[in-house]
Design a protein. Structure first.
Lengths: 358, 358
DNA sequence: TCACCATGCAGAAACGTACCTTTTAAGAAG
DNA sequence: CTTCTTAAAAGGTACGTTTCTGCATGGTGA
């Protein structure tokens, strides 16, 4: 009845465009989507009419029809008790940014979703695939998604035989070993570790790599751990580490804020960096380039990871699986600054030197 | 034909649940959505069957039918030439995090979208509403959305008579004036400003507030500006500012990294903070609590802003407009630390809390 | 006994699009 | 003139829900 003439109060639909252009619905659809075989005259005419009516195709209808929504989930698992720690550290922010850019470049958009969510939120959005950051072993959400045929690519090697479509990760063991060697080369005799008591893959692999390195070189492990989600706990743990009787002469901090925390702690104990204490910290933040002294950092290259994860995911969605390897290891980057460079790597470890004049 | 028996290869639909449960589609829908009038026996039976079949309602179909997708856009305008500077600073990360949490708590999810995007990405996702961070005057995307009846709430007072549904912002002028007064109280005679040459509202308002303050107290303005999207330019500009013949004895940096940049520049010129130079910086980062010395920061309270923006938006979507004011001003928070406290101002405010002896 | 009503459920019409199939028109080849 | 080929466009169905309307049934008050 009121079909061909006036829309009630909603947006203009494809029918209205067809009526206004004097063609059929099929023609409009084909003209707008560049399909079918239509003369350019018809095509441009339809386009013009659609533009004039302010026609915008219904994403829901298109998704229903085609089965593709153009949406990718971005899932962040929670650390500790925090309800939702998205972008808790610079790493996540950078990674999410790169993933968003990469997705957009291929016509997809990212939907931010928490790993531990009520079922309904996940059901209410049609996802073509999902990126999972650091999934827990046997994550029920991931299992469910894969069971329903939705591709899942994880940032971080999945544990517990999680059936993901692919993953991207750093070689954390190699990174830690290389970093510890670097500190030892700079003259460190006893290297300490500031780590988290969380069970995520990154923390676990890094810590075990540290322990195995210690065993290899015959050093007693010296480490303090703390709940990574508590910002204050890091400073306290840093203090604890430097207060130990077996105080280390070099420290590696696994988390982003550890660098400034350790620097502050060193100051409180009157330890000079790098003369009395070598410092390295895993961080993506640029502040460590301008601290006093600048601190050596290990970058996990979140941008490359975010990009790679999305590429693999979209390839899987579009059936181009053979393009790229399903598993990718991104090299880390040790940015060496003053805090890990002892002036004389070979001479006495603690030469009494006054501060260089201005 | 092959309708009631076997789904071809896709997911189980509501029809399959109805058939398996021996009821009608209507009954399944009502049972699962808690509508209609059904005895609890039927309801639980249907739920059980649906669970057994692994039934997940199609979000696309539901959206098409109801007109509500449960998705909110989160739009970030670009700074300078950068293609997409999401979470360039800690502010965005925190704000996005809070917005995501708030949305999730009310059953919505956020879709990250760039302000300057190809049309098709915006068309491909059904949005119930959109959050826009710091929209440009007369932003075409915003105009288009509003014209299509989609609620838009902005973070930042919209300029150019942009027809948004609502907005949330700080009182930037008041914040800057209060901060400058604080520096003057601490003994500053000539306060400099490190600012950006971008045209966004925050930069503009803050800069003009600085200029009017200078005029009021009769001080010549001393400022340097730089392209805020270039990380290196900030350090250079900080250096420039302290190299001027009319060197300020206090500086306010508008952007997050300015604090460390200014601190590094001060060190290069042999200026002690706060003795020779008072420092304040607008930042959400926690690193400034542990720098040497700790730096006073102005927090814009991104979490409160993110939460408020989402609440207003969802209220508008659900027609609860009368609940909250459509425009909200969030107070800023000046976190006073050593860098802006001159000794003579009062006695020692911060007794050095060294760790109690080992 | 007869309305009458509440309860429990089923039928079927949308929602707006994409695409498969069919029709029409118009030349070209026989 | 017929038949074949091809371009151009129309018809109609399906995607999977929600929801309006309506049909039974059985108990209740008059």
């Amino acid at each position: 009845m009121s079909r061909s003439t006036g829309r009630r109060l909603g947006r203009a639909g494809i029918r209205d465009v067809a009526a206004a252009a004097g063609v059929s619905i099929t023609t409009v659809s084909d003209a707008l989507n560049g399909k079918g075989r239509l003369p350019d005259a018809t095509r441009s005419h339809v386009r013009e009419v659609a533009e004039r009516l302010g026609y915008r195709p219904s994403a829901a209808a298109r998704t229903l029809r085609t089965g593709k929504s153009g949406l990718l989930g971005l899932t962040v698992t929670t650390y500790g008790d925090e309800p939702f720690t998205f972008t808790e550290f610079a790493y996540f922010a950078e990674m999410a940014r790169a993933a968003t850019s990469a997705a957009l470049a291929r016509g997809y958009a990212l939907v931010i979703l928490p790993a531990t969510s009520r079922h309904d939120v996940w059901s209410n959005v049609a996802l073509d695939g999902t990126v999972v950051i650091d999934p827990a072993d046997g994550d029920p959400v991931v299992t469910e998604l894969v069971r329903h045929g939705i591709p899942v690519v994880s940032d971080g090697r999945p544990g517990g035989a999680l059936p993901v479509t692919g993953w991207v990760d750093n070689d954390h063991e190699a990174a830690v070993l290389g970093l510890l060697d670097h500190l030892a080369d700079a003259g460190a005799r006893r290297i300490g570790l500031l780590t988290g008591n969380t069970t995520d893959t990154y923390t676990r692999l890094s810590t075990t790599a540290y322990l195995s390195w210690c065993e290899r070189v015959g050093q007693d492990p010296v480490y303090e751990s703390y709940p990574a989600h508590d910002p204050c706990a890091g400073a306290v743990a840093a203090d604890r580490l430097l207060a130990r009787p077996d105080r280390p002469d070099a420290v590696y901090g696994l988390f982003d804020p550890n660098g400034t925390d350790l620097l502050a702690a060193a100051r409180r104990y009157g330890l000079r960096v790098p003369e009395d204490l070598l410092l390295v910290c895993c961080s993506e933040s640029t502040v460590y380039a301008t601290t006093e002294p600048p601190i050596t950092t290990l970058s996990l290259k979140p941008r490359r990871i975010g990009t790679a994860v999305v590429q693999i995911l979209i390839d899987a969605i579009e059936g181009l699986d053979d393009d790229r390897p399903i598993e990718q290891v991104i090299p880390t980057d040790l940015i060496v600054r003053t805090s890990s460079q002892r002036r004389s790597a070979r001479t006495a470890i603690n030469p009494p030197r006054g501060p260089a004049g201005a």
